[in-house]
Design a protein around this ligand. Structure first.
Ligand code: NAI
Ligand code: MG
Length: 363
């Protein structure tokens, strides 16, 4: 089988970590496991410097035609003064919007070798493997009206609007239940139906989709604030957590800190399945940004990026066993005591971005 993979390295450490993922992509092709036809293009500040836009129309066409996009990171102080709609982040927002990427997947996996680097005690996080499925294109970040009005007398009023339609909840619920079936078959749906109408509809729709199509999956409803507490108290009780855009933003950052450094965290954003092929549009990226403070020094941790490619193997290319093996290779490198600066611990060996990439490839 042959797959089209678009690489968008971006700015700062983006190109450094993408280069390490690329070596692994090319290894798969060289081994004949799958043929990845890769293309590389500009995004973010580097695209702005070249074409005056954070992502060009030509790049968007390539992204639309690709089976998956592997995205590094964008932004940096160089572009601080750039107009809002041209700024580096606008490139990522356009990709998400035009590709219809409504489901954001954020796994929180605790590698045994790093259990002591967690914000929590080892026994609370050791073996942790949860997946947060966050609705990404609706909710309070996008709902109208969204404005600040002047009321006079030094008073202003700010309004954000949380809106969800049935179809938006249905499709994110389906993604969560389908993913749960490939895991431990349990979904926790987090909302606040006690105080929000969107929570009432969320609860109703998730329950109906479950009963209609996924009765085999264990479903639990949890209030979002309680979910935050449970994530810190006893995170291993969860398998898949499905939630809206706002709660998902917060809950996934809490989950992130259970596992150690930003440099370890991958993510995926998925769209609707294609009517003919059933394949979903997808973009895979590390959670971290362009890390201007360490860019160009060979210090960046490439694991988040490589683990993002592992997610692509699992969710876009039907190579779940190879995804497991790639994650195993990462765990082995950590067991071997190899560390980049961000995850350095006493008695371990600090190595460069490319040495970490090479060690994972070898494993
Ligand atoms: P950041 O994630 O770039 O960096 C935060 C801290 O974590 C820094 O100290 C950095 O050195 C460290 N760090 C991040 N990734 C690392 C890695 N792979 N290995 C080792 N250390 C790592 O977030 P920050 O500093 O808030 O933003 C920097 C720039 O990145 C800004 O322009 C921001 O807008 C952009 N950004 C872009 C994102 C994206 O492309 N999706 C996401 C977040 C921020
Ligand atoms: Mg966030």
């Amino acid at each position: 089988t042959s797959f089209k993979l678009l690489l968008l390295p971006g700015d700062g450490i983006g190109p450094e970590v993408t280069a390490e993922a690329r070596r692994i992509v090319d290894w798969f092709t060289a081994q004949g496991i799958a043929r990845f036809e890769t293309e590389e293009d500009l995004v973010g500040g580097s695209a702005y410097d070249a074409h005056g836009e954070a992502v060009s129309d030509a790049t968007m066409d390539t992204a639309q035609a690709a089976d998956a996009v592997l995205f590094g990171a964008v932004g940096g102080p160089k572009w601080d003064g750039v107009a809002y709609d041209k700024r580096p982040e606008a490139g990522l927002l356009r990709l998400r919007k035009d590709l219809g990427l409504f489901a954001n997947l954020r796994p929180a996996i605790c590698y045994p070798a790093l259990a002591d680097a967690s914000s929590l005690k080892r026994d609370v996080v050791e073996g942790l493997d949860i997946l947060i499925v966050r609705e990404l294109t609706g909710g309070v970040y996008f709902g109208e009206p969204k404005e600040i009005t002047d009321l006079g007398n030094n008073q202003k009023r700010a309004v954000d609007t949380q809106v969800y339609d049935t179809y938006e909840i249905e499709r994110i619920a389906r993604v969560a239940f389908e993913l749960a079936r490939t895991r431990r078959n349990a979904v926790a749906s987090a909302e606040k139906r006690n105080v929000m109408k969107t929570g009432v509809l969320w609860h109703e729709v998730v329950t109906r989709i479950h009963d209609e199509a996924y009765p085999d999956v264990a479903l639990e409803h949890v209030l979002a604030d309680n979910c935050a507490m449970q994530l810190v108290r006893r995170p291993k009780q969860f398998d898949v957590i499905v939630t809206d855009n706002l709660f998902g933003d917060v809950l996934s950052d809490i989950a992130a800190m259970l596992t150690g450094s930003l440099g370890m965290l991958p993510s995926a954003s998925l769209g609707a399945p294609d009517e003919k092929t059933g394949r979903r549009k997808a973009l895979y990226e590390p959670v971290h940004g362009s890390a201007p403070d360490i860019a160009g020094q060979g210090k960046a941790n490439p694991i988040a990026m490589i683990a993002s490619f592992a997610m692509a193997l699992r969710y876009s290319f039907g190579l779940g066993e190879w995804a497991d093996r790639l994650e195993g290779a990462i765990a082995t490198a950590l067991d071997q005591g190899l560390r980049t600066g961000d995850i350095m611990q006493d008695g371990m060996r600090e190595i460069s971005t490319s040495d970490m990439g090479a060690a994972i490839l070898k494993n």
